[in-house]
Design a protein around this ligand. Structure first.
Ligand code: ADP
Ligand code: MG
Length: 244
C-alpha cells in the first residue's frame, strides 16, 4: 500500500450544518495535492480532519494504515506530529524569537537537546533563506518571512506530510512569490503535501493532483490539466469560469 493518508466516508457536521458530507480520498507518499473550491465549502475543515484537529462526525481517517479516529490521545499525538501544519496567519509565538519558535516543539514534545535543536533550527532557517533573522522577533519580519519561519517551524518536527491552509492568503501580493517558492522547493524535495490554495497558477504548476471541493464533496479529482482544462461537473466549470 502506497498511500500515506486514506479518508473513507468522512463526514463532519457543525450542529445541524453538514459541512463534509462524504469525502473519500487517498494521498500517496511524495505526492502534492492541492485543494481548491469556493469559500465556505469545507476545505479548512477537511484539512483539520486529516490530523484530527477537528473530530470527524463519522467516517475514517487512516495514517499509514492506522485509523486515527480510534486512537487514544497519546497515540494520536504521536501520529499528529507526523503531519506539519501551516496556517493562513502564521501563528508564530510573538514572545519568542525566530530561533526559539522553531526549537520549541522539538525540545518540548520530542525532548531534543538544546544544542541539537539549535543546529536543526539554523539548518531549517538556511533552507527557507532566513538564518540571518534567527534572533529577530516574528513581528519585526514581513508577512512572507513570517510564513517561511512558520514552514521551518513545522519542518522541525520532521513531518511526513505537510498540510497548508491558504498559506499565502494573508500576504501582500509582493510576498506571495517567496512563500510559494519555498513550498515548491519542498515539493521538489519529495515532501507529501496537501495545500489549500486560491493560487491557481501555482496549483497547476506544483500539483500531482487537484481536488475540487464544493457542497460537502470532493467533486473532481484529477491532474491539473484534467481539472483546470477539462472539468466535468457544472460546479467546477462554474467556479473555474469565475476565477480563471
Ligand atoms: P473553507 O475553508 O472552504 O472556506 P471552512 O471549512 O472554513 O470552509 O468552513 C465550512 C463551513 O463550516 C462554513 O460554513 C463555516 O462557517 C462552517 N464552520 C467552520 N468551522 C466551524 C466551527 N468551528 N463551528 C461552526 N461552523 C463552522
Ligand atoms: Mg478555509
Amino acid at each position: 500500500m502506497n498511500s500515506i493518508i486514506e479518508v473513507k466516508h468522512l463526514k463532519k457536521n457543525y450542529g445541524d450544518k453538514e459541512v463534509l458530507k462524504d469525502i473519500n480520498a487517498e494521498i500517496e507518499k511524495g505526492k502534492v495535492i492541492t485543494v481548491i473550491g469556493p469559500s465556505g465549502s469545507g476545505k479548512s475543515t477537511f484539512l483539520r480532519c486529516l490530523n484530527l484537529l477537528e473530530k470527524p462526525t463519522s467516517g475514517q481517517v487512516l495514517f499509514e494504515g492506522t485509523e486515527l479516529t480510534d486512537l487514544k490521545s497519546d497515540d494520536l499525538d504521536k501520529l499528529r506530529q507526523k503531519m506539519g501544519m501551516v496556517f493562513q496567519n502564521f501563528n508564530l509565538f510573538p514572545n519568542m524569537n525566530v530561533l526559539e519558535n522553531i526549537k520549541l516543539a522539538p525540545m518540548k514534545v520530542k525532548g531534543m537537546a538544546d544544542g541539537e535543536a539549535t543546529a536543526l533550527a539554523h539548518k531549517l532557517l538556511k533552507k527557507v533563506g532566513l538564518d540571518e533573522f534567527a534572533d529577530h522577533t516574528p513581528t519585526s519580519l514581513s508577512g512572507g518571512q513570517q510564513q517561511r519561519v512558520a514552514i521551518a517551524r513545522a519542518l522541525a518536527m520532521k513531518p511526513e506530510v505537510m498540510l497548508f491552509d491558504e498559506p499565502t492568503s494573508a500576504l501582500d501580493p509582493e510576498m506571495v512569490g517567496e512563500v510559494l517558492k519555498t513550498i515548491q522547493d519542498l515539493a521538489t524535495s519529495g515532501m507529501t503535501m496537501v495545500i489549500v490554495t486560491h493560487e491557481m497558477g501555482f496549483a497547476r504548476k506544483v500539483s500531482d493532483e487537484v481536488w475540487f471541493m464544493a457542497d460537502g464533496y470532493l467533486q473532481e479529482k484529477g491532474s491539473p490539466d484534467e481539472v483546470f482544462d477539462h472539468p466535468t461537473s457544472d460546479r467546477a466549470k462554474d467556479f473555474l469560469a469565475k476565477i480563471l
